[in-house]
Write a protein that binds this ligand. Structure first.
Ligand SMILES: O=C(O)c1[nH]c(=O)[nH]c(=O)c1I
Length: 312
């Protein structure tokens, strides 16, 4: 069996990689993912200037997932572009992802200009869904702004571009977002980012567990898998087939990977489980997926991708 996949005709020998924000902050972490069984890596979302992020503790693991309010700590987009250019020379046949996010459309355009000027030939992920910058609303929940950003960005940028979206919870929102996304030459849509502004409590201390935002933070892990699968499938049902889907959210076993692909994902990304287990998680997930495919007689992803059955 083969767990290989492709995004925009770029071939990957596997369909599992890291989620932006996890194990991708600096060269050390990115090299560890690059050397693992992961198909590729995506960097932490780069901003115009490097950022320290929110005060700690800003990440907490629970039995069922995680809560974070990192606040977009990153080395700055240019750091990630320089690193990927270096790595790309050593692995000319590998396609890498660079994530970026601006605080307004002017910054988004500037970031993508920097990408083009750097000669980066991989795939850009525009993060429209950071839930933890105090005072900044989730761009992904402001549909007019998403439309305006994509219109403006695609007037200038000619490279491969995907968008990272927050989870939606209303069928009409899937319809409205898909209508907007279908207007643009997007490479992919990545669903979902963390479920914003959850709250986890330490009962013994009767206290929150992260410092920023009085304990409010993005939720990941087991808690969000049903929402992630629904977003992947809703967009798979609605988007032009030219726009592929990356599935993120609640992946910690080969079964979770299988389900995301059954819902229509061409690639899956791992966040919380990677944070807990480290880059060895990619070998385990790949093996578990291969076992499932073997037991079902599937040889390649296309044998079951998007083929979720409904009850007649
Ligand atoms: O707080 C963060 O840095 C963060 N945390 C998330 O859960 N998703 C995001 O896109 C970001 I930019």
């Amino acid at each position: 069996v083969s767990t290989a996949t492709s995004i925009a005709q770029k071939k990957f020998d596997n369909c599992i990689m890291n989620a932006s924000g996890v194990w991708c902050y600096d060269e050390k972490e990115l090299l560890e993912v690059d050397k693992s069984k992961a198909a590729s890596f995506v960097t932490k979302s780069g901003t115009l200037q490097a950022r320290k992020g929110n005060p700690k503790p800003r990440y907490f693991e629970t039995n069922f997932g995680s809560i974070n309010s990192m606040g977009l700590p990153n080395q700055g987009l240019e750091y990630y572009l320089d690193f990927v250019q270096k790595i790309q020379q050593q692995n000319p046949n590998k396609t890498y992802f660079v994530s970026c996010t601006g605080f307004n459309v002017q910054e988004d355009v500037l970031l993508l200009e920097k990408v083009e000027n750097s000669g980066f030939k991989g795939i850009v992920e525009l993060n429209l869904s950071c839930p933890n910058v105090p005072g900044k609303p989730q761009t992904g929940y402001d549909f007019e702004t998403v439309d305006m950003i994509l219109k403006t960005v695609f007037e200038n940028y000619e490279g491969l571009l995907g968008v990272k979206l927050p989870p939606y919870f209303d069928i009409v929102h899937f319809d409205q977002m898909a209508k907007i996304l279908n207007k643009y030459p997007l490479t992919y849509v990545n669903s979902v980012n963390s479920i914003g502004n959850g709250l986890y409590i330490d009962d013994a201390q009767e206290k929150v567990v992260i410092k920023p935002k009085n304990g409010f933070g993005g939720i990941g892990g087991d808690y969000i898998k049903p929402t992630a699968l629904a977003n992947v499938h809703a967009f798979y049902q609605r988007l032009d087939p030219k726009i592929q889907i990356i599935g993120t959210g609640g992946i910690k076993t080969g079964r979770d990977v299988f389900e995301h692909i059954l819902c229509g994902a061409s690639m899956v990304q791992v966040g919380t489980a990677l944070m807990k287990e480290g880059p060895g998680v990619f070998e385990r997930l790949t093996h578990e997926l291969e076992m499932i495919m073997q037991s079902k007689g599937y040889e390649k992803l296309d044998d079951f991708k998007g083929k979720l059955k409904y009850i007649e």
